[in-house]
Design a protein around this ligand. Sequence first.
Ligand code: GDP
Length: 192
Amino acid sequence: MPLHLTFVTSAKRHADLPDTPCEVAFVGRSNVGKSSLINALANQRQLAKVSNTPGRTQLLNLFRLPTGGTVVDLPGYGFAKVPGREKAGWRAMIEGYLLEREGLELVLVLVDGEIGPTKLDVQMLDWLRANEVPHTVVATKLDKVRPSKLATRRKQLAAGCSLAEGDIMWASAAKGTGIEAMQRHLLALLTP
Ligand code: GDP
């Protein structure tokens, strides 16, 4: 069943977001397929913007379900062309949110299923572990991995993330694979 997400607000600081009983956040490298995945989970084409312009001012975007639970789309990391000052700003915004947000139940860390994890993904995972922030890895773009390569790719990706294969959820926003399982999982988490 699609997640009936309604856009509520965008904010620069987590302190400006509305209170929530339970929340799931999405984070990942720019271009990992985050917007496409959120749109697929909600079965809406334009909910989260696909392919944001690199370097554009990015904000914390909050969506709400009829249950009252919320979803936050965090700005993508890893644009090489962004100046250091702006990078530091994103980092402070994301880290402040992840460490201090009340009601945050789970962070979904998106990793490109075809090429991931990247160095920045591993840094993010190490940071989440060090700070004991609950998280799950979602491998995106499953349809881009050839069936003959899938078993090896699943092993490589899990090893790169220092996780067991079974700990990783795989999905394809393009083909819809894995979407229903994620919808069920998220709906359960986001029902107070
Ligand atoms: P974001 O920057 O993380 O929000 O990534 P987008 O959702 O904008 O996707 C980045 C690019 O990857 C776009 O060209 C998408 O069409 C493509 N993409 C996203 N999800 C999938 C997928 O499941 N399969 C394939 N083949 N391409 C995808």
